[in-house]
Design a protein around this ligand. Structure first.
Ligand code: GLU
Ligand code: MG
Length: 446
């Protein structure tokens, strides 16, 4: 869609306001809103804003930043009231001198994608964000309760959760996400909505769209939607597995080889080997909160050990079973990301890791046998197989990132510095906090 088509489309949709959106490094969606009559100028000149107020964006003395609208990302926000119809577009961020702002997370993903475009390749990603729907527990939101009693794939026609999920799927479809499936996940109150794979930039935009749409529509039903990786101790957490494949410019799947046992090409094996090799540093970006590491523990279908397998859900990378004739669907699923990640940075870092595997012609070792549950292997048995572990905390992951040039380069210096500082502060704040667990454990026994 070009600028003129965008203006026409907004007239047809009777849109009154438009939100110009971008994210900070942690993935929080920021927005500058304007009435549509201002949009013409904004499309030509961009929109200036004070970047110094956005964490990590600019120093006070060089605070002017320009938002450049990406018209292809136009979507009406279906929950906005009809008489005050609102739409949104995602934006890229530029400096006053007209160069792209290096601290823009969307820009970081675009830089990685430009690397493969030179070879005529594109990265397809199919993300699977999981989330919980909670009811408020009285006026407090601190300890919400799951709002339904369903479990994996349960169906009950009058279930309120089914009604909310149907509204969500309808809203997301209207925003161009091509929802493929929505279902109840394993845990109480937990859901998943998967949308069709698409090129990585659109997939990252779609993840943000999904998150705020789910939150807005849940709120209309008096519910709280949460993408927190592990909101409840003792049951499954929420992941955001990412299915990935590289395609050439003719739409051929470069990960497909009909003659291989797993139908994977050599390129796919190199990509997998690269992600396994960088997994410990990658985790800091794809599972970036203190809470993320409460999810990456044995026993809850989240990965802990660094290996790959077919179908086996305890492995970090899974190769979904091949359906004859569906060559384009051959892909690898990276399972440690969770929905608290900034999707642009997560996909940029994952791509850089895979490309390093290709550039250095790394070869993945044999995949893990499907009848082995890695959660049940002893440390010795894992060592015999050369299986290492993901970091056990944000602090450990951040340390790995600090020492990983490939992932740091993928972020770029400005994004990396901001991310690193923000995460150090988060770790320190957590370290100083006295938790309920500590009070229960030590108050009387110490
Ligand atoms: N909820 C699990 C996780 O944290 C994944 C369940 C599944 O395989 O879909 O990754
Ligand atoms: Mg799932």
């Amino acid at each position: 869609m070009d600028n003129k088509q965008l203006l026409n489309r907004m007239k047809e949709d009777v849109v009154k306001f438009i939100s110009l959106q971008f994210t900070d490094v942690s993935g929080t969606v920021k927005s500058v809103d304007m009435p549509v009559n201002q949009l013409n100028n904004a499309l030509v000149d961009g929109v200036w804003f004070d970047g110094s107020s956005v964490e990590g964006f600019a120093r006070i003395q060089e605070s002017d930043m320009r938002l450049q609208i990406d018209p292809a990302t136009y979507a009406v926000l279906p929950w906005s009231p009809e008489d005050l119809r609102r739409a949104r577009v995602f934006c890229d961020i530029y400096r006053p001198d007209g160069t792209p702002f290096a601290g823009d997370p969307r820009g970081a993903l675009k830089r990685q994608l430009a690397r493969i475009r030179k070879q005529g390749w594109m990265l397809n990603v199919g993300p699977e964000p999981e989330f919980f729907l909670f009811k408020r527990n009285g006026p407090s939101t601190i300890h919400p309760v799951p709002h339904d009693v369903g479990s994996y794939f349960d169906f009950s026609a009058n279930d309120e959760a089914v009604q909310v999920r149907t509204k969500l799927m309808d809203a997301l479809n209207s925003m161009g996400l091509e929802v493929e499936v929505g279902h109840h996940e394993v845990a109480l109150g937990q859901h998943e909505i998967d949308f069709r794979y698409t090129d990585a930039l659109k997939a990252a935009d779609n993840i943000l769209t999904l998150k705020y749409t789910v939150k807005a529509i849940a709120a209309q039903h008096g519910l709280v939607a949460s993408f927190m990786p592990k909101p409840i101790f003792g049951i499954n957490g929420s992941g955001m597995h990412c299915h990935q494949s590289l395609f050439d410019e003719n739409g051929n799947n470069l990960f497909f080889d009909p003659d291989d046992t797993y139908h994977l090409s050599r390129l796919a094996y190199c990509f997998i080997a690269g992600q396994l090799a960088h997994a410990r540093a990658l985790t800091a970006i794809v599972a970036p909160t203190i809470n993320s590491y409460k999810r990456l523990v044995p026993g809850y279908e989240a990965p802990v050990y660094i290996c790959w397998a077919q179908t086996n859900r305890s492995a970090l990378i899974r190769i979904p079973r091949y359906t004859p004739g569906r060559d384009k669907a051959v892909r690898c699923e990276f399972r440690c990301p969770d929905p608290s990640a900034n999707p642009y940075l997560a996909l940029a870092a994952m791509l850089a890791a895979g490309l390093d595997g290709i550039d250095r012609d790394m070869m993945a070792d044999d995949g893990l046998n499907d009848d082995i549950n890695i959660y049940q292997l002893t440390r010795e048995e894992r060592e015999e197989r050369g299986i290492t572990e993901l970091p056990g905390s944000l602090s450990e992951a951040l340390h790995e990132l600090e020492n990983n040039g490939v992932i740091k380069d993928a972020l770029g210096e400005e994004v990396y510095d901001t991310f690193y500082r923000a995460k150090l502060a988060e770790i320190e704040e957590h370290r100083l906090t006295v938790s309920d667990w500590e009070v229960e454990r030590y108050l009387e026994t110490a």
